[in-house]
Design a binder for this molecule. Sequence first.
Ligand SMILES: [Zn+2]
Length: 464
Amino acid sequence: MYKRVFLLLLFITAFTFIVQPVSAQAGGPVYIVQPGDTLSFIAARFNLAVNDLIAANPSIDPNFLSQGQELVIPGLEGVTGVLETEVIAFGDTLRSLSRRMQVPDDQLKKLNRLVSPTELYVGVGLIVPVQEGQNILTARVTPAYGESLLELAIKQGSDPWSLAAINKLGGSWDTLPGDVLYSPTEGSGGNATGLPSAFLSASIEPLPMVQGGTEVLQIQTQEGVSVSGILVDMPLHFFPANGEQVALQGVYALLEPGVYPLLIEATLTDGSKQAFEQMVLVTSGDYLSEDIPLNDPSTLDPAVTEPELRQIAAITKPSTPARYWNGIFTIPAVYPDCFTSRYGTRRIYKVINSDIEIPGFHTGLDFCGGEGLQIFAPAPGKVVFAAPLTVRGNATIIDHGWGVYSGFWHQSEILVNVGDTVEQGQVVGLVGGTGRVTGPHLHWEVWVNGIQVNPLDWLNQAYP
Ligand SMILES: [Zn+2]
């Protein structure tokens, strides 16, 4: 009897001691003040009134918030630990994040007030509760078609019960081919994301995407895996470089800002496929807008402009596996920093004495300087078009490889032939006023996988 009471007392005492240090957070989970934080910013982040935040933290001085200070966040029933920010990586979904961080997905939704999966785009910061001493799981496994959890667990040196519990699988332990599961064993290397296991790493830059920008996708896979994908609605073309698969993709200048899908698919050596889809954000390029009065609307007659645009689009469509360029592009004009019109400018052609408005945008970069000035190849490549066109005048198109092309319009003279290989800086033609122009000038445009992009990006940075 005494023994029992003693044990009970011992138990209570032990319990009290264990509970004691935790009682500091009795009011809720803790947020650690980050550089630049203010009380109102933190309150807004957790959807609280500032006064409620102050009331939950009576010991803090609201006027002197210091970095590293711990704040109790009230009103988050059932949530414990330290509230940290986890930036959504390429390949993350709510499910993979929930599995990796071992937090129920409804708690993640509630904490971040998520109402739609489109809010989970790459680069967005989510609040995630992390428990003390918790290990973030990094080993990813993807079941093959028809593979059972038991088979998968044996391969991982784990057991099906642990895998089911970690990954919140139902009683049947059904796995889905291509699903990303986390295993308690050692990490498989690469960065810890929600990517299927054939992917070692994946990145897309820059983020957010910008209208008229050039996106670089770099993917590392397990040996022998081939990669394909779709960004917005454009099929991606991947080429091997430095142990990675690289794809370049232009972002259409008139694409409405918002979130768009990115789909990446890996084909394994046995022919099976693993894929993931991710939302990415497209932001405005902040391009200027100008109205252009037009006397004669026939100059924009689609019967003339459409076939010519289709012709250019067909020439710039193939993705040549060779990459001819290396490093930053050089300026193709004599006057390097002088532009009469930049890429992206919205152009609304207003037909005089009518209500007709034709929207468009400037697809390239116009340089200062007129008739007879030399035009230089901005990068090495192969001439794939050199002939007169109705709208663009004397036109030359150079293939730089990997789906990247340069176009030069309105020339007075073309100095290269189709099939020529050109070096960076080589004179390819002379400036003129041929085609539909108001005066002689060089118009240079850059196409990246079927889309005209901002050429200035190619003059300012080296693409891989
Ligand atoms: Zn132009």
